[in-house]
Design a protein. Sequence first.
Length: 88
Amino acid sequence: MAKGKSSSAKGIQSAGIHRAVSRATTQLIRKGYRASGERVTNQRNAFDSGKRVMVTIPNPNPNETNKLFIRVSAKDANWKPKEFKKGA
């Protein structure tokens, strides 16, 4: 089948077999974001807008030594939605 003008105008397309960014760079960026305060701010904004937010907390059960931290819903972690003042 002929390519024609429309398909040849797109240029060279990647076969998708290699990464565009190295894995180490991606991991460093993710690690920096998770350690920053911006992540907690984004979680809080999502929780206040009514979205389901998951947080990581220390495991309250000391007998489960293989699970030092557990992932729970922010509602279960006793996060309270911000109170909005009427008329403000």
